[in-house]
Design a protein around this ligand. Structure first.
Ligand code: HAM
Length: 426
């Protein structure tokens, strides 16, 4: 048997009903905040992620699905391509490629698959889905304002409320600007020098290449050392501190609760200033339901103009796992199952189904080869509310036997009254 590749999965009904519920609700929320959809390719130049996300991050160093293009055209040959592990770099590439600064402040959202070669476990997949948003534009359009950070965080609180997720925690930090981080990295390097030899191999490398990434370490034995390290909060300059204070003040004013966590540095290199994660208790070890932050230098790192930005990505797989309702309850069951009875009745049943569907009813359709008993079983299995028998006599009379499956109550209804009758009862 051929199975789906490790870390990937099929999403089947009724679960897909929950996914569609979530996507419908988030589209409504994005509309209310004047965000518009962007769709970028699922694969990009490897260089985009190396430069955007950072060579030293786990994502780029270990987790990307990368291949060399075998195209025959000279322009394709040997080009290194990668399945997108995240979508911020792709959106910023599109911003630069299409000169989106002409539009002022861009408020963009996306929904789609991302790919990381991680060890699969509950809530962690190699193909997973993100619902994300990015606010990016020239500083003159207000992209640098702490009001944008707060708006994004308030949007997220609204979005989680809207889909019925309670019990989340917003963890907030500022990772400062590049100058702050240079000082911080220096301090980290000093603090780590005498203890690095006791740490894991990854950390020993990080100490040399990018000490900040030591905070990504999950090795339990290294945690006591990491606990003693300096924190970025001690290195924020005046501008970053003021920005961070203002974000917090707005959040308090709008009533979005948060906790400060100065260990939160996020696993991607492009972040500046505000960084955040929303966690949820029900998720287990992979408890980050979403993450994001500001990336004021990313456009320039990718060869574009200065374009401050802030965004987030929700792990849709994890969001769906945290929903309180069952998939069964999210699915819309058929209002009616039409059972053609006897030769030639498929045609008549098809005509009726077409009429009823035009009235917005959910109609499931059987087959004239089924005996009555089999039709009843099929209607039951489909979870239909009513079954309607279409036999020769009914067609002649232009009135049909309509049976309510739960109560067993049966009535004969003229064709023209069927839709109204079914729609009105539940
Ligand atoms: P990230 O923290 O790498 O950020 O991913 C965001 C969310 O995607 C995580 O909080 C998690 O819910 C979900 N996620 C990540 N990896 C997996 C996986 N292997 N399986 C299931 N879910 C996963 C970013 O991707 C940034 N681009 C977010 C951002 C947008 N920052 C600014 N703008």
């Amino acid at each position: 048997m051929i199975k789906s590749p490790r870390g990937t999965r099929d999403l089947l009904p009724p679960d897909t009903a929950l996914w569609n519920f979530v996507e419908g609700a988030v589209r409504d929320v994005f509309r209310a905040y004047n965000f518009h959809e962007i769709r970028t390719p699922i694969f990009e130049s490897t260089e985009l992620f190396a430069r955007g996300v950072g060579e030293e991050t786990d994502i780029v160093a270990k987790e990307m699905f990368t291949w060399e293009d075998r195209g025959r055209a000279e322009s394709d040959k040997g080009q290194s391509l990668t399945l997108r592990p995240e979508n911020t770099a792709g959106v910023v590439r599109a911003y630069i490629e299409h000169k989106l600064w002409d539009r002022g402040l861009n408020k963009l959202f996306y929904i789609g698959p991302q790919f990381r070669r991680e060890r699969p476990q509950k809530g962690r997949y190699r193909q997973f889905y993100q619902i994300g948003a990015e606010v990016i534009g020239p500083a003159t359009a207000g992209s640098e304002s702490p009001a944008r950070d707060a708006e994004i965080l308030e949007l997220l609180a609204t979005l989680l409320d809207r889909v019925g997720i309670t019990g989340w925690t917003l963890e907030l930090n500022s990772v400062g600007c590049p100058a702050d981080r240079a000082q911080f990295n220096e301090a980290l390097r000093k603090a780590l020098e005498p203890v690095a030899a006791k740490m894991c191999a990854d950390c020993q490398r990080r100490v040399v290449t990018n000490p900040l990434r030591v905070f990504d370490c999950k090795v339990p034995e290294d945690q006591p050392i990491i606990e003693t390290l300096p924190r970025i909060s001690q290195f924020l300059d005046e501008g970053c501190r003021k920005h961070f204070d203002e974000v917090q003040e707005i959040l308090k004013a709008v009533g979005v609760p948060f906790v400060l966590n100065d260990r939160l540095v996020r696993g991607l290199d492009y972040y500046t200033r505000t960084a955040f994660e929303f966690t949820h208790g029900a998720l287990g070890a992979q408890n980050a339901i979403l993450g994001g932050g500001r990336y004021d230098g990313l456009s320039e790192a990718l060869g574009g103009p200065a374009a401050p930005g802030i965004g987030f990505a929700i792990g849709e797989d994890r969001l769906v796992m945290s929903l309180p309702q069952s998939a069964e309850s999210a699915i819309r069951k058929p209002d009616i199952y039409i059972a053609p009875l006897g030769a030639g009745m498929n045609r008549e049943a098809a005509r009726l189904a077409r009429e009823l569907r035009r009235h917005g009813l959910v109609v499931d359709l059987g087959d004239e080869s089924f005996r009555l008993k089999k039709s009843f079983e099929a209607a039951d299995k489909a979870g239909a509310r009513y079954i309607l028998i279409v036999g020769e006599n009914e067609v002649k009379a232009d009135a049909f036997a309509l049976k309510h499956l739960a109560s067993g109550e049966q009535v004969t209804v003229p064709r023209g009254e069927l839709a109204a009758r079914i729609a009105k009862s539940s």
